[in-house]
Design a protein around this ligand. Sequence first.
Ligand code: ATP
Ligand code: MG
Length: 558
Amino acid sequence: MENTTTTISSDFIRTIISEDAKSNKNNGKVATRFPPEPNGFLHIGHAKSICLNFGIAKEFGGTCNLRFDDTNPSKENVEYVESIKKDVKWLGFDWEDRMFYASDYFERIYQYAVELIKRGKAYVCDLTQEQIREYRGTLTEPGKDSPYRNRTIQENIDLFERMKKGEFPDGSHVLRAKIDMASPNLVMRDPVIYRIKHEYHHRTKNEWSIYPMYDFAHCLSDSIEGITHSICTLEFEINRPLYDWTLDTLEVKCHPKQIEFARLNLSYTVLSKRKLIELVDANHVKGWDDPRMPTIAGLRRRGFTPESIRNFCQRIGVAKRDSLVDLQLLEYCIREDLNRIAKRVMAVIKPVRVVIVDYPENQVEDMEAINNPEDPSMGTRKVPFSKILYLEKDDFQENPPKKWFRLAPNQEVRLRYAYYITCREVIKDEETGEIIELRCTHDPETRGGGSKDGRKVKGTLHWVSAQHALKSEVRLYENLFLKSESNELDNDLNPKSIEIIKDCYVEQSLANSKIGDLYQFERQGYFCVDHDSKEDNLVFNRTVTLKDTWAKIEKSQK
Ligand code: ATP
Ligand code: MG
């Protein structure tokens, strides 16, 4: 990946792995995996895990597998699998030929379960889900043994086989690991490792009527793939003893080391798949790739680049304690990248018609404009200027406050790359009083935006030529949620998270834009061409606003 600005910083996981490598553990090999469950689109939290797992593999000369953790047939589907592949690739990572499915291991995992039974370490239990919960005890009280705990190995093997054959209804039996009903860790109180589910699976179809539980399938999938370091989020810390118990009891050849890190929480949004699904299903947003969503697909459509997301993941680092990351950091990262790469253009979002009364009727002048002051190699372009322009309505005030440097009656301002103009007359709709046109004069001596007599103006405004500009639609976004954390869908959605503005005008040079093209609209922010665009109506998403634009433009004009 061609990111030269990012340096690799170390963290506690990299320290562990580097020590393992030094002591030649696993013959110095490093193998990680990214194991999404295909039950939703990936979000920015997953990006953290992807950057960590694929990043570590790359830094240590190892490998990282993409594994679909598809052990729960009811919520999984192929659309999600495809979206996950697309998003991981787009982020810049490559699993090469190592794409796997936990469902590929169903037969082997089943055999491991049989092996556990044979070792006297698993039994078929007929208690209901509710009874199992009751028998489990609490943090302060030990659990009670299930009355089925002491079934013979033969009986267990027979029942488990019949579960597999589909002889029993859902919920009538489960297979449980036989560990310790008095363990201080509730996870170790004879956890369920297989359940009956007569359900269609997106890959194995109707082949199975029993499915392994996450805790059982995950460690075995890791082991089967020869993973050396199984990196997961903090909530699995209490499951680690079960991870280790399973692999120790089965005496498998490969026993990966599970390491937990803190999941990403981001302010003003939600990163739980359950909530994201609800947002989509309840039409609070327009699909998984709605630009307000914290999904990779949403961020991509919003105009985020893979580099900016990788840099964000790099900056937040990896720690062992949960924290809330400020959404502004993510915005900072995309600004930083777009500042470098985005072409500056002029676009008028809320237009007012401006007539330059002393400018010749049919004249058009090409004004030279700089594409990116940060990167001279991006060159310049010609922007047509003519008698009738559009300016931003908000850049004019008839009765301005003090220190108003923009347009006002008899006040001179600079039009970027063009002329100094002075407003002479305000035309209003007779009935509504709304301003419909501003009549201005220009100083021909100021062509290009500077005056020969050293006369200074404080305001610089963007504009487009009315006859050349392209009509377009702009979508502005705000935070999806109102609160920085603990947002609930019922109360905390921001009703103003999207503003759609039609009849905007962008400069002519954007005519051949492609979907995904990124621009800075001077003074307004960074924008991305949306796939809703039509040939005669470009649609732009505002990726992020600008900071300190005003100061910057002033500086660059001096
Ligand atoms: P959710 O809790 O939102 O449903 P999940 O953890 O069930 O997400 P998976 O598809 O199982 O989603 O996640 C795949 C990998 O991504 C896991 O290893 C998980 O730990 C990691 N992951 C998920 N969410 C985050 C997050 N917010 N920050 C960092 N890693 C995450
Ligand atoms: Mg999960």
